[in-house]
Write a protein that binds this ligand. Structure first.
Ligand SMILES: CC(C)(COP(=O)(O)OP(=O)(O)OC[C@H]1O[C@@H](n2cnc3c(N)ncnc32)[C@H](O)[C@@H]1OP(=O)(O)O)[C@@H](O)C(=O)NCCC(=O)NCCS
Length: 189
């Protein structure tokens, strides 16, 4: 693993897979029971697995128990001082960028890909994926149970309400709620 420097706390049973594709900044805390993989979950052969994509965590990040961060062939870039709470799942397929100081609550799912399903005569599992990428700005609060779909860009300073499904871009400083998520407030007004 390419730590930025010493001072990263790894919980006793935190699992790191394909460590050559993982970079973790100083002061970050990877809690026991979490998983960080620079590959797909189907390739969990262990720390020496060849990376397929990258996972880069900034400084002072916290990955809580039960959270999963897996690159799936794309690059995940998480800024400084970001927390990812228990049982949140973050994948990297088409690329994922999360700005600094952002809070991601428990049980969120952020996956930058979709299964192709257009041909009803072929198994969905055999039709491959489309990938666009997701970005989440700095100083955002993604509340409990939020789902963020591929292609979505969430601006700086946004609050996404609990249980929301974000299907379209959210402008900066917005409070957005619901499924599909709609803007209900502008934090600057
Ligand atoms: C998004 C949130 C912060 C908004 O709080 P707020 O600014 O005080 O907003 P309000 O309570 O005034 O709600 C405004 C409207 O949005 C609706 N609303 C609020 N949160 C909603 C949500 N998550 N989903 C759907 N609708 C929501 C309210 O019912 C209200 O509708 P109305 O005007 O028709 O009555 C809050 O509702 C929320 O979801 N908090 C997340 C809590 C959480 O996940 N905590 C753990 C993680 S750390």
């Amino acid at each position: 693993m390419r730590f930025a420097s010493d001072g990263v706390v790894l919980g006793k049973d935190a699992k790191l897979v394909a460590v050559r594709g993982i970079e973790i900044g100083t002061g970050s805390n990877i809690h026991g029971g979490s998983l960080i993989a620079a590959c797909a979950l189907g390739c969990l052969k262990g720390s020496g697995t060849n990376p397929d994509g990258k996972v880069k965590l900034g400084q002072q990040c916290v990955i809580h128990h039960g959270a999963v961060v897996a690159s799936y062939g794309g690059d995940i870039s998480i800024g400084n001082n970001v927390s990812v709470n228990p049982y949140t799942v973050i994948y990297g397929h088409g690329g994922l960028v999360i700005g600094e100081n952002t809070r991601i609550a428990a049980h969120c799912v952020i996956v930058p890909s979709n299964h192709n399903y257009q041909d009803a005569g072929v198994l969905i599992a055999d039709q491959g994926l489309s990938t666009k990428g997701i970005s989440i700005g700095s100083d955002c609060w993604i509340a409990a149970g939020v789902k963020i779909l591929d292609g979505v860009h969430i601006g700086n300073g946004c609050v996404i309400g609990a249980g929301s499904v974000v299907t379209k871009d959210i402008p900066e400083w917005s409070v957005a709620v619901g499924a599909p998520a709609k803007v209900i407030k502008d934090r600057k007004s």
